[in-house]
Design a protein around this ligand. Structure first.
Ligand SMILES: Cc1cc2nc3c(=O)[nH]c(=O)nc-3n(C[C@H](O)[C@H](O)[C@H](O)COP(=O)(O)OP(=O)(O)OC[C@H]3O[C@@H](n4cnc5c(N)ncnc54)[C@H](O)[C@@H]3O)c2cc1C
Length: 567
């Protein structure tokens, strides 16, 4: 058969498995699946949206037989282009398998653990666990925009919660292609589900197993030693980062080099007594002192500690206001709905030449100006007084520890703090969340006047004292705006830059990364390599072992895009 005939026959096969409505080949309809949230885009022969685990398996078999590359995709909220094709230089056609129709979550061991099927979301998990007084690994951040449980595991995603570390498990169900190109199903969920792939997948989908058949092997269902690593403030390595070989295990960190059907994970008790403290200072060394003291002396680890620079505060106030207001007034449940409305509006607007690009962003931005200032008065006063802001969230005994420590600490140190009311605390955390999307909005609104957008996701060694970046003048003068925020206790910083027109983003990024290398920092910290960062040896070898034919997500981590890893 010619290449064209193979492709036509594959599309017919895919259609017969998932149906006409869920086999997408039309360019405009594929767009949403072929373009990353922030970076990356390319083309795919087809996007398929299976409705069951068995359909995924059948789609995989058809793809392997047709010798195409496969990209497994969940909610496509990854920030480094790792969930979509990238560019044109592939040696085979690509099929994207979007898993979001398969969203079941199963509780085991009285909700101490869960099994999340391929397209289940963190949001869905939060809702499912609430009646049990428990919650997932991640509760704010990408969960608000519909990120999946499995996408998080495959990316070793991080997040704001200090005690939890990267999303991780050693218990999962996945398909793998061996050196000879043979597809097989591996059941390491710790539940006997049958012998053939068809039996295993159907039994899991239908929850056709008894509690008594759930085994408890000596395997982790979370990074349950992270609390020790994060406390080790004198270690000269970061506490977590994507190239960390210790946290690469089958599905965990696989970045789509396997096809993951389900993962089994620990859940967490919802902290009872909680209190947010809002800290401000003009000297980053003050925050360093607090970080080191809390991590090494407090009996109770903080829930979260989100840092925000004043410029980021201001940008989020203006360009993240609509996201803030939607969540504050309508609830975070509305955000995925808002994103799908936004996509539909942009799709329609792109057909009218007289409308500007990024129409929905512009419309939302102008609408947000109609609303009065949405930030609490005390936060605004701190904004005027202090350059560096830290939102400290404590629970249980940690609340008393923080109260006692902060009141004494600021008697002799520069800066100040206040104990937030419930409303202030929620708004402070929401404001930090809004900062994540504000850079994209700023760029969309000013794209005619500024240069590229550049983002760096970096993990500093735990003993780093000088975490706040001071750029050399020759770089500083090429930067229009810098937005710094991050998970300061974990020493994970997100440093986002809008460059001036004409500035060479690649050269500038490389210079900054060189300085990080010299300081023992690691990047990416939690957004995974995608098509933005090089996979280091541990990660590259892990990918090669999982996928010797390089059929799944080829090119990830700037590796070879060719079959059998040919260069
Ligand atoms: C506003 C915003 C805030 C964010 N905040 C954070 C944050 O605080 N911390 C953080 O770490 N990240 C954050 N992210 C990044 C992103 O949300 C996470 O990486 C997320 O875990 C990805 O989930 P997803 O469902 O979108 O997966 P996708 O983006 O669809 O996929 C992620 C990776 O997993 C692979 N994959 C997906 N499904 C499967 C499968 N079934 N089998 C095999 N491989 C699969 C994909 O190929 C890809 O490589 C944020 C993103 C946004 C937009």
């Amino acid at each position: 058969m010619t290449d064209n005939a193979v492709q036509t026959s594959l599309i017919q096969n895919l259609t017969s498995i998932v149906g006409d409505n869920y086999t997408i080949t039309e360019q405009s309809k594929k767009q949403h699946y072929c373009k990353g949230f922030r970076f990356g885009s390319g083309d795919a022969l087809a996007v398929v949206r299976p409705s069951s685990l068995l359909e995924i398996w059948q789609v995989l078999k058809a793809c392997v037989a047709a010798d195409v590359a496969v990209i497994m995709q969940a909610a496509n909220t990854g920030l480094t282009g790792g969930s979509t094709p990238d560019g044109k230089d592939y040696d085979r056609s690509i099929v994207i398998i979007s898993t979001m129709r398969i969203s079941d979550i199963q509780l085991i061991d009285n909700a101490q653990q869960i099994i999340g099927l391929a397209g289940s979301t963190l949001f869905g998990l939060e809702d499912t666990l609430k009646p049990y007084g428990r919650e997932p690994h991640s509760v704010i951040g990408s969960s608000c925009i519909g990120a999946s449980i499995v996408g998080g595991i495959c990316n070793n995603s991080g997040g704001a919660l200090v005690q939890r570390g990267p999303a991780y498990t050693e218990l999962s169900l996945f398909a793998q292609i061996d050196t000879d190109g043979k597809l097989s199903l591996v059941n390491n969920l710790g539940i006997k589900l049958g012998d053939t792939p068809e039996e295993i997948l159907t039994n899991l989908q239908n929850k056709n197993y008894q509690e008594g058949e759930v085994e408890f092997p000596n395997k982790r269902a979370s990074d349950n030693e992270y609390h020790e690593r994060v406390r080790d403030i004198d270690a000269d390595t970061p506490s977590r980062f994507n190239n960390d070989g210790r946290r690469l295990y089958e599905s965990a960190g696989c970045a789509g080099k396997l096809a993951v059907f389900a993962v089994r994970l620990d859940t967490y008790e919802i902290p009872k007594k909680q209190q947010v403290f809002y800290v401000g200072t003009n000297d980053p060394a003050v925050l360093t002192k607090i970080r080191r003291h809390v991590l090494s002396n407090f009996k109770s680890l903080p829930v979260s500690g989100e840092y925000l620079h004043r410029d980021c505060y201001d940008t989020a106030k203006k360009y993240g206001k609509d996201s803030f207001l939607v969540i504050d007034k309508l609830g975070s449940k509305y955000i995925p709905k808002l994103f799908s409305i936004k996509r539909a509006v942009d799709g329609i607007a792109s057909k009218f030449k007289f409308l500007p690009s990024k129409f929905s962003d512009r419309a939302m931005q102008y609408l947000s100006y109609l609303w009065p200032n949405h930030l609490p008065k005390r936060m605004e006063e701190f904004r005027d007084k202090y350059e560096h802001h830290w939102i400290l969230e404590m629970s249980g005994e940690g609340v008393d520890e923080a109260q006692a420590f902060l009141s004494e600490f600021f008697e002799t140190n520069e800066g100040g703090y206040f104990e937030c009311t419930q409303d202030e605390g929620e708004k402070a955390i929401l404001h930090r969340f809004a900062a994540g999307g504000a850079i994209g909005r700023y760029h969309a609104m000013h794209s005619d006047k500024v240069g590229s957008m550049m983002t760096i996701d970096v993990a500093f060694p735990r003993n780093e004292l000088d975490w706040f970046e001071k750029l050399p003048p020759e770089i500083e003068e090429q930067v229009e705006l810098k937005l710094y925020y991050g998970h300061l206790f974990c020493h994970v910083m997100h440093q986002n830059y809008i460059l001036k027109k004409g500035a060479d983003a690649k050269a500038i990024k490389n210079k900054i990364l060189e300085t990080f290398d010299a300081r023992g920092a690691e990047y990416p910290a939690e957004h995974n390599v995608g098509h933005e960062y090089f996979a280091k040896d541990d990660l590259k070898n892990f990918y090669k072992t999982l996928d010797p034919t390089n059929t799944f997500n080829p090119g990830i981590g700037k590796t070879s895009k060719c079959k059998h890893w040919a260069e």
